[in-house]
Design a protein around this ligand. Structure first.
Ligand code: RIB
Ligand code: CA
Length: 308
């Protein structure tokens, strides 16, 4: 099987953690590195969390590199206590001994892009990718594909208009969507179809593994947030959709779109205007539409059960 060379650009983040573990457990993917960005929590915490997740997965072959600490323009935002004060459910962790890469994430991304076909999975604010484009404008034509968790076709989450990853750095998102690389976007209207319930958390605990226990533990406060905000404990697996699409592209229906990001607007800053009035088959941008949650959950359970 030809494995897809992947870098995951992320702001862990509880749902980021599940997405990263799914990627590390999937033989279809060759995860070379995890690059961190400010988002759910600040860069120092997202980077420590990435090291914690790599150590939990016992995958010290995966490089961890820290990227940008703030938006390329405008204020830097965090997602508050959605993922806990530490961004990973506020569990107690030993200090990870996974090292931090010596170069910043943007330089590592450029090196990995130039070394061969690379797919970038972007599941946080798009600051690192926008900075990469700013420093190396020609890099876009070298990248195989960018799969993004971000945006919303109809309703936001952090505001009525905007989804968090885009809202946290709209100027970066506009630059990323405008670049000449193939993009597949997983917006909220898709990701809200992908959830784990209490039975799934119980399944994770029943595995009797450190990965199973800690994943269930970090999802518990995330479930409480969902209960308070959405009226039920089903936890939305936003970021895992970007990884699932890579593992099985046929699992998520898609259409061609054109996209613009609102960078002005008193109430609409960070909105993503996906033009879905027709299938823009000629566009290099595709947007995810629908997913079968039972098939997703079955695959996630199977893959997380492979950790020992
Ligand atoms: O809106 C959902 C996105 O914002 C996810 O990537 C989640 O981790 C948060 O970063
Ligand atoms: Ca995220």
């Amino acid at each position: 099987m030809a494995r897809t060379r992947v870098v995951i650009d992320t702001d862990p983040g509880v749902d980021d953690a599940v997405a990263i573990l799914l990627a590390l457990a999937s033989p279809e993917l060759d995860v070379l590195a995890i690059t961190t960005v400010s988002g759910n929590v600040g860069l120092e915490k997202t980077t420590l969390n990435a090291r914690r997740i790599v150590q939990l997965a016992q995958r010290r072959d995966v490089i961890v590199a820290a990227g940008c600490a703030g938006a390329i323009a405008g204020p830097t935002h965090y997602s508050g206590d959605v993922h806990g004060a530490d961004g990973l459910g506020d569990l107690s962790w030993d200090e990870p001994d996974v090292p931090l890469h010596g170069e910043d994430a943007v330089e590592l991304l450029r090196e990995l892009v130039e070394a061969g076909p690379l797919t970038i999975v972007a599941i946080g604010p798009l600051t690192n990718l926008a900075t990469l484009l700013g420093r190396y404008p020609d890099v876009a034509r070298l990248v195989e594909r960018v799969v993004i968790m971000g945006g919303a076709s109809f309703e936001g989450n952090v505001t009525p208009a905007a989804e968090f990853n885009i809202w946290a750095d709209p100027e970066a998102a506009q630059r990323v969507f405008a670049a000449e690389w193939p993009i597949t976007a997983m917006p909220l209207d898709l990701t809200h179809q992908a959830t784990l319930n209490d039975d799934d958390l119980q399944f994770l605990r029943s595995l009797g593994t450190e990965v199973g226990r800690r994943t269930a533990d970090m999802l518990e406060p995330y479930a409480r947030f969902h209960d308070e905000w959405y009226g039920n404990r089903d936890v939305i697996m936003h970021d895992a959709m970007a990884v699932y699409e890579l593992i099985d592209p046929s699992a998520i229906s898609k259409q061609g779109v054109q996209v613009n990001v609102e960078t002005g607007g008193e109430y609409s800053r960070g909105a993503t205007w996906f033009d879905r009035r027709r299938d823009h088959a000629e566009s290099r941008i595709r947007v995810g539409l629908d997913v079968d949650n039972s098939k997703f959950v079955a695959l996630l359970r199977e893959r997380l059960a492979t950790f020992r």
